[in-house]
Design a protein around this ligand. Sequence first.
Ligand SMILES: Nc1nc2c(ncn2[C@@H]2O[C@H](COP(=O)(O)OP(=O)(O)OP(=O)(O)O)[C@@H](O)[C@H]2O)c(=O)[nH]1
Ligand SMILES: [Mg+2]
Length: 312
Amino acid sequence: MTEIRTQIPKTDDQTPELWDRALLGDVRSIARCLSLIEREGPDIPDRLARLPASSARRIVGITGPPGAGKSTLTDALIAELLAAGQRVAVLCVDPSSPFHHGALLGDRIRMNRWHDHPDVFIRSLASRGSLGGLHPAIWEMVSFLSACPFDRIIIETVGVGQSEVDIAALADLTVVVLVPESGDEVQTMKAGLMEIADIFVVNKSDRPDADRFLRTLRQLIPANDQDAHDPVPVMATVADKGTGLKELHAAIEAGLNRDMRPADRLRIWTERALYLIRKKRMKDLQKEDLCASISEELNKGAFNLYKFIDKY
Ligand SMILES: Nc1nc2c(ncn2[C@@H]2O[C@H](COP(=O)(O)OP(=O)(O)OP(=O)(O)O)[C@@H](O)[C@H]2O)c(=O)[nH]1
Ligand SMILES: [Mg+2]
């Protein structure tokens, strides 16, 4: 009997040198490693466990409603980072719903000018699920990029559903981008969004009513939190003109360089651990298999859901 197996050919992709080259900053190798991580091969956790630990805070999350100008802002921020001599990696996470397919294309066009720049690495990722959940391997990808010689890692996600809260667990600093028309959103702003923002940006400040919106937002933000921390900065930008970008860059740097409170440090690592543990536990669970077992049990009669899930 002939055994048919689909085997990934043992190419350069699989060699340890590939990972070493990536860790030294070779952009092509970084791109290949990210693809391997994205496919979640069985050896990936082991590879990640062997990465050099990095404690520097460098991961910036940029989130906000669809079309707020996050990609335009990221593009302009890249220019600021480069001017300051920093190397930057960007992950753009787009929901995979058809509604956003234009955005994926948009990101590519918008950030295309950095295509061949030696100090910029950009990767667009489709997220899974229409609620805009983050890509399942996002944290692994970010951990890997953190071990590569990048000074800043930017993750852009559309703030819908759960992703805006997830991003705050992954990022060392979260920028929430709103626009003057976000008035309604702010009125009904989920407590979550308020809590995760380390910096608020009101983009498209060239639009009418920008000032009024800025004032409203500033009023909503408590002057100080309990630990007498500085109030969350609210900054105005016009991303496509580069206005306010120097200030935003400075605020991001100040935020990243500020000493983290032990309680925040603990919270962030607990969130990250939870994220990975949940994923690990869910890994072997396939909906189809679950469906088949349930069908079997249902057919036997007297199906008890709690007894059923006990074995998982
Ligand atoms: N008037 C004005 N338009 C802007 C500004 N910033 C971005 N835009 C425009 O707003 C549109 C959306 O910008 P994007 O950068 O794609 O927004 P996004 O938040 O990344 O969009 P998604 O990824 O689809 O959520 C584009 O047409 C931009 O040119 C701004 O400051 N002022
Ligand atoms: Mg975008």
